[in-house]
Design a protein around this ligand. Structure first.
Ligand code: SF4
Length: 456
């Protein structure tokens, strides 16, 4: 058994909002557990009751640590929003939801995404006398709303959106209502569900399922959803831009039991594996082999590859579920610290075999290199690697934590052949951009980290 660092892009946040005729905070709490994979470093919940006051609980760490249930059960009110965060840069006050007093009432706001022109916005706001209490983009959004001089809250959001460029799926509480807003490109996911006695909005459908809520629909790009005593109202607040949902939600970020952008995440990942097998068929790559997933991220694609190619699927690499999690402290230096996994290879399964190793993506390549070495040490005859996404060559400015360009293995190595040499595999093939698009169900997506073509 060896310890290897997790080499993945990092989703940065999950958001939830509940409007309910029962206590909302415990429901948000349950939903956040389902979104834990989107953010493991900090979490917060804000609720409001009939008195209109905000009640807040927040902390560092996993939901179970940061938001103990007995504290959440004390949060009153039938409206609440919640947030979990992948990386907390700066002090504890950076934990969301962010609270602000605005001319429209007290505002609580939770943000999944990233504002590309945050530095310019911050400079402009500070030049205008704004005092910043955090380093969050979310605070900039709150300032833009509060300083808009707009006649009402929705108009203030329009004013904010005219200034803030980038990705945002927001959940908000203001003046006793629950709001949700998605950026004009629909970059990050956001879904609406109906449950007994209320409504829920969340980053992923898996968070609806845990509340036994029925999926109603996605919040549309540029749409403002507002929930009050009369139910849900919808406004196309912002003109829709070219739709650009993040394809990496389908490749890696979202839970396999979620639906994203109209597609089952698991089915999309299986289709990615099938596309890899089709490309191998077309390239004449043949011969008996076993198809081995990198756990757990490569499993659906390996199933798809094996199904399409007729090769044997073999779970020959095991991940220990009993390894303690490496806690990552919330400062910039430690932000890049690696979460550790412990993997083992079943020697008998791979000895003298031709192994087709399948993973969803390769970022820096350090994990893949170690896994390939483990397979070699276990006696694998030949190791071919198949990657269910195109090479990651560009950073993401739209809400995903990516390494510097020069740290991405495809840029460091310079070509796919050299990446294969670096990893120590006999053959390496990535899914094509078109293959990924087909597997994702067609249509337009953001694929900027693979193509360099940024939607905003
Ligand atoms: Fe998603 Fe990549 Fe686009 Fe970022 S650049 S939003 S990770 S597809």
């Amino acid at each position: 058994m060896i310890t290897v660092p997790l080499d993945k892009l990092g989703e940065e946040c999950g958001v939830v909002a509940v409007y309910s005729n029962s206590r909302a905070a415990p429901l948000v709490h349950r939903a956040l557990f389902e979104l834990q994979h989107r953010g493991q470093e900090a979490a917060g919940i804000v609720s409001t009751g009939p008195d209109g006051d905000f009640h807040t609980e927040r902390g560092l760490g996993l939901i179970a640590e940061s938001l103990p249930l007995h504290r959440i059960e004390e949060l009153p009110g039938g409206r609440a929003i919640g947030h979990c965060r992948y990386s907390t840069v700066g002090p504890e006050r950076n934990i969301q939801p962010f609270l602000a007093n605005t001319p429209y009432g007290q505002l609580a706001i939770a943000h999944n995404g990233n504002i590309k022109n945050a530095a310019e916005l911050q400079a402009g706001l500070q030049a205008d006398g704004a005092l910043m209490s955090t380093t969050l983009d979310t605070e900039l959004l709150a300032h833009l709303i509060a300083r808009s001089h707009a006649p009402d809250f929705p108009s203030a959001l329009q004013h904010m959106a005219a200034a803030a460029i980038g990705a945002y799926s927001l959940t908000m509480l203001c003046a006793g209502r629950v709001y949700a807003l998605r950026d004009p490109n629909g970059l990050r996911p956001l879904v609406l569900g109906e449950m007994k006695g209320g409504w829920v909005i969340a980053s992923e459908t898996c968070a609806l399922d845990v509340l036994h809520a029925d999926f109603v629909r996605e919040v549309e790009a540029g749409e403002l959803v507002s929930i009050g005593p009369e139910g849900v109202t919808s406004t196309q607040l912002l003109p829709q831009a070219a739709p650009s949902p993040c394809v990496f939600e389908l490749v890696y970020f979202s839970r396999p039991n979620s639906r994203a952008f109209g597609r089952s995440v698991n089915a999309a990942r299986i289709a990615m594996g099938e596309e890899l097998a089709i490309a191998d068929e077309e390239a004449g790559v043949a011969g008996p082999a076993i198809v081995v997933p990198v756990p757990d991220s490569g499993v659906p694609a390996a199933i798809g590859y094996a199904r399409r190619s007729g090769q044997v699927y073999e779970k020959a690499i095991l991940r220990s579920h009993y390894v303690g999690r490496t806690f990552i402290l919330p400062d910039q230096d430690l932000r890049t610290a690696q979460i550790e996994l412990k993997l083992s290879v079943i020697d008998e399964a791979v000895r003298a075999k031709r192994v087709i190793l399948v993973d969803d993506s390769i970022v820096r390549g350090n994990t893949s290199r170690q896994i390939v070495q483990m397979l070699r040490d276990a006696g694998a005859g030949e190791v071919l690697m198949r990657v269910a996404s195109p090479p990651l060559a560009w950073p993401c400015y739209l809400g995903i934590d990516t390494p510097d360009r020069e740290d991405l293995i495809i840029n460091r190595a310079g070509s796919v052949e050299r990446v294969a040499d670096t990893l120590g595999v006999d053959d390496l093939r990535y899914l094509s951009v078109e293959g990924l698009r087909r597997a994702a169900g067609g249509g337009r997506f953001c694929m900027a980290c693979m193509t360099g073509e940024y939607p905003v």
